[in-house]
Design a binder for this molecule. Structure first.
Ligand SMILES: *Cc1c(COP(=O)(O)O)cnc(C)c1O
Length: 394
């Protein structure tokens, strides 16, 4: 087991664990005892691999972005998760968790969603497998992300608008956990990122690790070596970043740069820069960094990007920052918006706003001409067109 991997108790350094209500102990324990055996079995691997290939469209290309490279004076490869079915990396995790749920005898799926991307990915896989699916979504997000709500309904999922709290992702997650508590025997809760109680962060990281497994093979074919000098990804809960770095964690010569959402600015009060501002605390079953006030109340996060405004972060990433294995850079809304426009204009790729945070990090690093950089474009920008239109109208 690697130095940065989860330990046998479910911790990454001081972070992680499983802080859950009594009623979920059996469920989470069943998952903990079975996930590795199932994921590593030949039967699971065969089915997962063929669905990733034939259904999701993997491997996603590793594209040498010539004009972007010229602009930053190094060799930049884009890992094109935007080209996956449903438009982002989230389908990797949804496919894996639903196949795992089936093997654990579960008959029903619940999920939470913020921007709706994870909800759409989960509803998609449930349609594929004929499983009933309930997606909890904050009422505010239901209104903001109407198209994704309609997609989930068309896919046959039940979308439940959540009216507690600020009616966003944190509240939807609470509601999904509550549902799971009521149906622990027959239901699997598909968490959308590397968050939640152990074993979820490790399970999701492993399911997304197909990203870095592919990068190693593809970079070898392009450059004759498997290791880049830099890996760059955006971090909401941390799943696309975990997938990007998974097979490089112990290669200390590969630098890891994580872009988190600065919102209007880290000191503005309107931010989702959890690693910069967060204090240790428990959120949704995991001990990690959490943005909270002096009374330990979770503060509502803000980012122009709906996929990054989560008040917590995965325990893997909190630990990587703590031990300085990763450099974390907060990116503000306007920096991300400008980076999205740049990529669109010079490479003809409209990225998701989340991914644009990773692209904006390119401005903040001083590269050498022979540096090889691999940056994950976690999703496509279709869902963000209204925001882009509003920002770029003049
Ligand atoms: C959900 C989402 C993210 C943020 O989630 P992570 O778990 O941090 O990867 C980033 N990019 C896109 C396109 C997303 O849909």
């Amino acid at each position: 087991m690697g130095k940065y991997s989860v330990d046998q108790y479910g911790y990454y350094g001081i972070y992680g664990g499983a802080y859950i209500p009594e009623i979920l102990h059996k469920c989470v324990d069943d998952l903990r005892r079975n996930y590795l055996r199932i994921i590593e079995s030949e039967d699971f691997q065969n089915e997962f691999t063929s669905l990733l290939r034939d259904y999701a469209g993997r491997p996603s290309p590793l594209y040498l972005a010539h004009r972007l490279s010229a602009r930053y004076g190094c060799r930049i490869y884009l890992k094109r998760e935007d080209l996956n079915h449903t438009g982002a990396h989230k389908i990797n995790n949804a496919l894996g968790q639903v196949l795992l749920a089936e093997r654990m005898g579960k008959k029903r799926i619940v999920a939470e969603t913020g921007a709706g991307q994870h909800g759409v990915a989960t509803a998609t896989v449930c349609a594929l497998r004929g499983l009933p699916c309930t997606v909890y979504m904050g009422k505010t997000d239901v209104e903001r992300q109407h198209l994704n709500v309609e997609k989930m309904k068309m896919l046959g999922a039940t979308v439940v608008p959540v009216t507690s709290g600020n009616m966003t992702l944190k509240d939807a997650t609470n509601e999904a956990i509550r549902d799971w508590c009521c149906h622990p025997e027959d239901t699997h809760y598909v968490i959308g990122s590397t968050v939640g109680p152990h074993p979820y962060p490790d399970m999701v990281a492993r399911l997304q690790s197909v990203i870095s497994a592919e990068i190693r093979v593809q970079l070898k074919a392009h450059e004759g070596r498997e290791k880049p000098d830099y890996l760059i990804a955006c971090v909401g809960g941390g799943s696309n970043a975990a997938g990007t770095i998974y097979h490089y964690l112990d290669d200390e010569d590969v630098k890891i740069i994580l872009a988190e959402a600065g919102g209007k600015g880290v000191d503005s009060g309107l931010t989702a820069a959890t690693i910069a501002l967060g204090q240790p605390g428990v959120l949704h079953g995991s001990y990690s960094l959490v943005i909270q006030d002096e009374n330990g109340q979770v503060t509502e996060p803000y980012s122009v990007s709906a996929g990054l405004d989560y008040p917590g972060v995965g325990p893997l990433h909190a630990n990587l920052a703590r031990v300085h294995r990763a450099t974390v850079i907060p990116i503000n809304d306007d920096e991300a918006l400008r980076a999205a426009q740049l990529l669109t204009r010079i490479e003809g790729i409209i990225p998701a706003l989340e991914s644009a945070h990773a692209l904006a990090a390119l401005e903040k690093v001083h590269f050498k001409p022979d540096d090889i950089v691999v940056l994950t474009v976690s999703g496509r920008g279709d869902k963000d067109m209204e925001t882009y239109m509003k920002y770029f109208k003049d």
